[in-house]
Unconditional design. Structure first.
Length: 130
């Protein structure tokens, strides 16, 4: 083995051991529980990239807002939808939060049953904190 090859090999061993050391220094071993999810189950859902920006309708098929974002809580993993209501060309938007479970796809449209623009505007304004 040439001197430069030995240096490279030694450097790789040193880097590999350095990469392992921080993981060991963090205490007890961690375990992760994995569950197999059927692709058929996922096929019935909607990708967040397709949901964000979608129009939200009410039962009367009126446009009452747009989904601005989806937020999943860190503690419970509960998803919420941030809906923008009102405004024109980005001015005067009012953001509200509704549980994602309250949204339903009806006839290819995302529907928020029992809602109107006015009822959404009456909800507290949501302000992004991050």
């Amino acid at each position: 083995m040439t001197r430069s090859a030995a240096f490279v090999a030694g450097t790789l061993v040193m880097l590999a051991s350095a990469a392992i050391t921080p993981a060991m220094a963090q205490g007890a071993k961690q375990t992760v529980s994995l569950t197999e999810i059927s692709s058929l189950t996922l096929a019935t859902g909607y990708r967040s990239s397709k949901v964000v920006g979608s129009t939200v309708y009410n039962d009367a098929k009126e446009d009452i807002g747009k989904i601005d974002d989806l937020i999943v809580t860190s503690k419970d993993g509960v998803p919420f939808a941030v809906v923008s209501v009102g405004g024109f060309l980005g001015m005067g938007k009012h953001y509200v939060v509704v549980p994602a479970s309250s949204l339903e796809v009806v006839g290819g449209r995302i529907t928020l049953h029992g809602a109107t623009k006015d009822s959404l505007k009456a909800l507290p304004d949501y302000t992004y904190t991050y």
